[in-house]
Design a protein around this ligand. Structure first.
Ligand code: DQA
Length: 142
C-alpha cells in the first residue's frame, strides 16, 4: 500500500542543521533509505519535504483522496498550525514523527496540535523514528 512520508519546514536541511540535535544523515540519504525500508515492508513509500505550509496541506489532501497512509514530521508547524492539524485529520491515518526528543527541549516544542488524532507518535529516536513509523503502519490492518 501507498505511504507518503511528509516533512515540513527546514527538514530538507537534515545533515547540516544542528547535527547534535538531528544527526548527520542528510535528507537525501534519509529519503533513499525510507524508500528501501518501504520495499522491505511491502509499502510503496514516497518521501517529500516543503517549506510551504499550504503545499503540505495539499499533500495531506492528496493522501486523503488516495487513501494513503502518512508519516508526518511537520517540523515547527507541529506546535501551532491548526490548518495542518485539520488537513491531517482528513487522512485515514498518520503517524507523527519527531527526530529529536521534543520533551527535552524548549517548552514550546512539548505541545503538538497533531498528536490527538495520530495513529502513533514517535519522538526522540533520531531518523530511525521514520523506520519505526513505517513498521507500525505495515503492522496495521489494511
Ligand atoms: C522536529 C522538532 C520540531 O520542534 C522542530 O521545529 C523541527 C523538527 C523534529 O523532528 O525533532 O523542525 O519536528
Amino acid at each position: 500500500s501507498k505511504v507518503l512520508v511528509l516533512n515540513g519546514a527546514n527538514l530538507g536541511r537534515l545533515g547540516s542543521r544542528q547535527p547534535e540535535v538531528y544527526g548527520g544523515t542528510t535528507y537525501a540519504e534519509l529519503a533513499e533509505h525510507l524508500v528501501e525500508t518501504g520495499r522491505r515492508l511491502g509499502l510503496d513509500v514516497e518521501v517529500r519535504q516543503t517549506e510551504f505550509e499550504g503545499e503540505l496541506i495539499q499533500w495531506l489532501h492528496q493522501a486523503a483522496d488516495a487513501g494513503a497512509d502518512v508519516v508526518l514530521n511537520a517540523g515547527a508547524w507541529t506546535h501551532y498550525s491548526y490548518a495542518i492539524a485539520d488537513a491531517a485529520a482528513l487522512v485515514g491515518r498518520y503517524v507523527e514523527v519527531h527526530i529529536s526528543n521534543v520533551h527535552a527541549r524548549e517548552g514550546f516544542r512539548a505541545h503538538s496540535v497533531l498528536s490527538a488524532k495520530a495513529a502513533g507518535i514517535i519522538v526522540g529516536c533520531g531518523v530511525g523514528g521514520y523506520d519505526l513509523a513505517l513498521a507500525h503502519l505495515a503492522s496495521l490492518p489494511h
